[in-house]
Design a binder for this molecule. Structure first.
Ligand code: ATP
Length: 262
């Protein structure tokens, strides 16, 4: 249950302002690709275009060669799930009911949730380590629990393409790693916007760096996130450090020294 994702010449503008230009992506079946870049560089906008929620001002998105815009809403919802950064969740729902919304594309009108649906919801909540939260009101969940419930809603949608917008926000370090390892294990194509460069490096197959509306590279993490790129894109000082046990290179990120500031 995975898909080849191709994006050709994507652009997006709001009025005169260009948000994205000439973005090309060729993502293989089952790959986990991270999108990184500074605040406002267009990560969420790109994910919304890849989800078919926002139309690009130029270019197109193809899933296994089929243009996304040709798919009706229901077929698209069986192909692509976007787990966004929703702040306001319906306060009168239980966690299990919110997750069950992910099954909407498979329901016939007015059908209720049968035992098959309840099992799917329970399995998705168990995947995100919230098996005992099915009957908890959504408005009483912590920030991290909400993020994980939203991920469960995306998982239950069973789409070959899963798009995640900063899914690790609000999560403690153990749950950040758990979530990213869970995502990698899925037999799905995943595109995930992340702020944590270390997490992107250790958990993504390839990383896309967005800077000033352009895609700089789509490459294995340590090729995409060199110290020079990180310094230029984020305006920080990144120093490569070798892990004493694994020998892998990690970036130690500190503020620019005053003498290096532009
Ligand atoms: N509908 C819109 N109207 C006007 N400007 C918009 C609209 N949508 C996005 N933008 C602008 O486009 C730019 C990119 O926004 P986007 O949310 O994609 O960035 P991001 O990389 O996800 O940011 P962050 O890391 O802060 O979440 C921002 O400057 C934002 O203000």
């Amino acid at each position: 249950m995975t898909v080849h994702l191709l994006a050709e010449g994507l652009a997006c503008s709001v009025g005169q302002r260009v948000i994205l230009r000439d973005v090309e992506l060729d993502i293989a079946e089952g790959e986990t690709v991270g999108i990184v870049g500074p605040n406002g560089c267009g990560k969420s906008t790109l994910l919304r275009i890849l989800a078919g929620i926002r139309a690009p001002s130029a270019g197109r998105v193809l899933l296994d060669g089929v243009p996304l815009h040709r798919l009706g809403a229901r077929r698209r919802a069986r192909k692509v799930a976007l787990v966004g950064q929703e702040q306001d969740l319906p306060s009168d729902l239980l966690a299990g009911e919110l997750v069950a919304l992910g099954l909407t594309p498979y329901r016939s009108p007015w059908s209720g949730g049968g035992s098959h649906e309840r099992a799917a919801v329970a399995a998705a909540l168990a995947e995100v380590d919230l098996a005992d939260h099915v009957d908890r009101p959504v408005d009483r969940l912590s920030g991290g629990e909400r993020r994980r419930v939203l991920l469960a809603r995306g998982l239950v949608q069973e789409t070959p393409l899963l798009l995640l917008d900063e899914p690790t926000n609000h999560l403690d370090v153990r749950h950040q790693l758990h979530l990213m390892h869970l995502v990698r294990r899925l037999d799905r194509t995943v595109v995930v916007a992340l702020h944590d460069l270390a997490l992107a490096t250790t958990t993504c197959d390839r990383v896309l760096v967005l800077h000033e509306g352009r895609a700089l590279s789509l490459a294995p993490p340590r090729e995409a996130l060199t110290p020079d790129v990180v310094n230029a894109v984020f305006g920080v000082d990144a120093t490569p450090i070798r892990h004493p046990v694994t020998g892998d290179t990690h970036l130690l990120i500190t503020p620019l020294r005053p003498e290096d500031m532009p």
